[in-house]
Design a protein around this ligand. Structure first.
Ligand SMILES: Nc1ncnc2c1ncn2[C@@H]1O[C@H](COP(=O)(O)OP(=O)(O)OP(=O)(O)O)[C@@H](O)[C@H]1O
Length: 353
């Protein structure tokens, strides 16, 4: 979570309620959104009667947040829970019969990021590319389709749960200029998803079609590693403009990357290019270069297959720290941020996004 967001939460938690507890311990804050220095949130009262007496508290909450460093404007809205609670949104379940293409209406381009092997940096690349495209002025969404191992909530510092006012539509969260939806935001972090094929397809369908994505230039789909049900469903049922395959230069990763490429070819999804991640490690002390996972494996593979090598990204400590800390490296001004900026420009210049 960003420092500003935690400071806001602390400020709100200091506001005591007359009947005990505070706005956080009583779970009354919804949809806390920080965009630059502008802050919005909703205070949800347990019922309309209580809400009528809460206007002074709403004002106090706005005033408390306005005191937080870096905040220039605050807007708090008071709502009351409906008498009968809204139907609970259920994630998973078998997919519903789908008329037409499984692609949200406002989304211009669906872009899939895949890998053969796990742990090669597919989610890291997805999050940073999303941020870089947003910084380049594009409207960007990111769908974390890695249902068994969702990592985007952590990478974007998202700890809130998306709202579902009617138990059907899902209002996605937004961070670093990107609209993000992940099954990880719907379940407790330590909760494992123990689902087989049809349930995975149901969840993918929900995350594509029940989420209010709005108007987007591009929706990046961070796929699970490998060539399973989610890849199959997405490529067969949605209009995926193209896929990018991430790999390290290591042989075992490349063997699996070839399988991923083969799967996209079978599914007739164009491969836009390869990204070599963890290409080199430059020692911060002596400047010496070590090719820990091999040398140029992905670029040679791209040559062999006649697909573009879109980027070669080094092993970088700040990239790992940024991902773990909820602030993708691409939000900053480092060389890595510039590399992601160039990758985004390349996709824009190529007319892909
Ligand atoms: N270029 C890099 N430099 C340093 N660390 C990196 C780099 N790319 C990714 N990492 C780190 O490697 C780990 C795995 O990355 P990531 O989760 O993005 O991989 P993945 O391919 O999506 O994995 P999974 O198969 O679990 O979905 C993470 O801890 C991430 O921070």
């Amino acid at each position: 979570m960003s420092d500003m967001k935690s400071a806001i939460r602390e400020a709100l938690a200091r506001l005591e309620l007359p009947d005990g507890g505070n706005l956080y311990s009583r779970d009354m804050i919804r949809a806390l959104t920080v965009e630059g220095s502008n802050v919005r949130f909703v205070i949800e009262a347990p019922n309309p009667e209580i809400a009528r007496h809460m206007e002074p508290l709403r004002k106090a909450a706005e005033a408390a947040v306005a005191q937080v460093q870096g905040v220039s404007s605050v807007s708090a809205v008071l709502t009351a829970e409906a008498k009968s609670p809204p139907p609970q949104l259920k994630m998973g379940g078998h997919p519903k019969p789908q008329e037409g293409v499984m692609k949200p209406a406002g989304v211009k381009t669906l872009l899939a990021i895949g890998s053969g092997k796990g742990g090669v940096g597919k989610s890291t690349v997805s999050s940073n590319l999303a941020v870089a495209l947003a910084r380049a002025g594009k409207k960007v969404g990111l769908l974390d389709a890695d249902i068994h191992g969702p990592s985007q909530p952590r990478m974007f510092g998202l700890t809130d749960k998306p709202a579902s006012p009617d138990g059907k539509t899902i209002i996605p969260l937004k961070a670093h200029g990107v609209t993000v939806m992940s099954i990880g935001s719907m379940l407790a972090e330590e909760k494992a998803v123990v689902w087989r094929g049809p349930m995975l397809m149901g969840a993918l369908q929900q995350m594509l079609m029940q989420v209010e994505w709005g108007e987007l230039d591009v929706l990046i789909v961070d796929l699970p590693p490998g060539t399973g049900d989610v890849q199959l469903s997405l490529c067969q049922k949605s209009e995926v403009a193209g896929a990018i395959v991430v790999s390290t230069p290591q042989d075992v990763a490349l063997i699996d990357a070839r399988k991923a490429l083969d799967a996209f070819a079978t599914l007739k999804t164009p491969v836009l290019g390869l990204i070599e991640n963890m290409a080199v490690f430059v020692c911060p002390h002596c400047g010496g270069e070590s090719h820990i996972f091999g040398h140029n494996g992905v670029s040679q593979e791209a040559d062999k297959l006649g697909v573009p090598l879109l980027a070669q990204l080094p092993i970088d400590l700040d990239t790992r720290l940024g991902g773990d800390g909820g602030t993708p490296i691409a939000t900053g001004e480092s060389d890595m941020a510039k590399a992601y900026g160039q990758l985004a420009d390349r996709l824009i210049q190529g007319g892909i996004v």
